[in-house]
Design a protein around this ligand. Structure first.
Ligand SMILES: N[C@@H](CCC(=O)N[C@@H](CS)C(=O)NCC(=O)O)C(=O)O
Length: 204
């Protein structure tokens, strides 16, 4: 029987898809399309932006955009979802959207700066993007108790773990944020995260 398939990149935005699939106990395969494959018409049919991640489902359909994939796979992870109508649900939905819609793009501006302006502007683009995330990590530090929704782990914690890996100055990110540092240390040993990290191919 066909299983799920992830189009991804080692240690990049496909991590959250693998964390969720493992949390759901769903079998999957993964491939790592290069620039040429992502630019191909076939791939653009899967994801018009040409980016990863994409999730292909056993019925042949696909989901692209990491937040959409989290939403899709959440149906298989009821243990990760706060009760409908609860205060925790409001926090969960808001922080997850902030991580995916604001902080992820701010990391993209730091790691793929050439897409955002001429070389002379790169240092400013990077420092402005870093300032966005620094401010939002301060907000997250105030929310963590010890996780985003208290003791309960949600997909937002898995997402937070993923994007924090992309920080270009992790020591500074953690230094003034002890709750963030502690949550990330615990998440690092969580079975779904640890197994996913161990399975990543070596970066070229
Ligand atoms: N909004 C998209 C962002 C995806 C994204 O930026 N993916 C990066 C890897 S982490 C990518 O494919 N970058 C290739 C490029 O920008 O050329 C999502 O949440 O899935």
């Amino acid at each position: 029987m066909a299983s799920y398939h992830v189009y991804g990149r080692a240690f990049a935005g496909s991590l959250i898809v693998e964390f969720m699939l493992r949390e759901a106990g769903l079998d999957y395969t993964i491939s790592f399309p290069d620039d040429a494959e992502r630019a191909s018409p076939e791939y653009r049919l899967k994801n018009p932006t040409g980016k990863i991640p994409v999730l292909t489902c056993p019925d042949g359909g696909q989901v692209f955009e990491s937040l959409a994939i989290v939403q899709y796979l959440s149906q298989f992870c009821p243990h990760l979802l706060p009760a409908s109508g609860s205060a925790a649900e409001k926090t969960y939905l808001s922080v997850l959207a902030m991580l995916g819609a604001t902080m992820y793009p701010a990391y993209h501006r730091q790691h793929h700066t050439y897409q955002y302006g001429p070389e002379a502007a790169w240092p400013e683009i990077q420092s402005l993007a870093r300032a966005v995330n620094d401010q939002l990590y301060d907000y997250i530090e105030g929310v963590l108790n010890p996780y985003i929704c208290g003791e309960m782990l949600t997909p937002a914690d898995f997402y937070l773990y993923m994007i924090s890996r992309w920080n270009l100055d992790k020591d500074a990110m953690r230094a003034s944020r002890p709750k963030l540092a502690s949550a990330l240390d615990r998440l690092y040993t969580h079975p779904s995260i640890a197994a996913t990290l161990a399975s990543q191919p070596k970066r070229k």
